[in-house]
Design a protein around this ligand. Structure first.
Ligand SMILES: [Zn+2]
Length: 89
């Protein structure tokens, strides 16, 4: 899993925030969809609703902090953006 690779390559004392850690557990397709939506303004509440139904225990504030990239995920090596398609030119 890519999340294991990300954790192994990150400094051991820094962990992604609860939102980033949860997104990293999703299927690649779902993870990419969440990451693509997080970059847009005013989507935190919607993302929180969708992810909470799937078991995420973060609050809307934590989703907003993650969306603003004010969390630990930057230092932990979490990829905020969905991977780009190779076909995009
Ligand atoms: Zn985060």
């Amino acid at each position: 899993m890519s999340s294991i690779a990300a954790e192994l390559s990150a400094p051991s004392h820094v962990r992604p925030c609860i939102v980033g850690a949860f997104v990293d557990t999703l299927d690649p397709e779902d993870s990419a969809a969440v990451k693509g939506t997080l970059g847009r303004p005013r989507t935190a509440a919607k993302i929180w609703r969708v992810l909470s139904r799937r078991g995420m225990s973060a609050s809307t504030s934590q989703v907003r902090i993650h969306a603003r990239r004010d969390c630990n995920c930057t230092k932990a090596g979490h990829q905020y953006d969905a991977p780009k398609e190779d076909t995009a030119a």
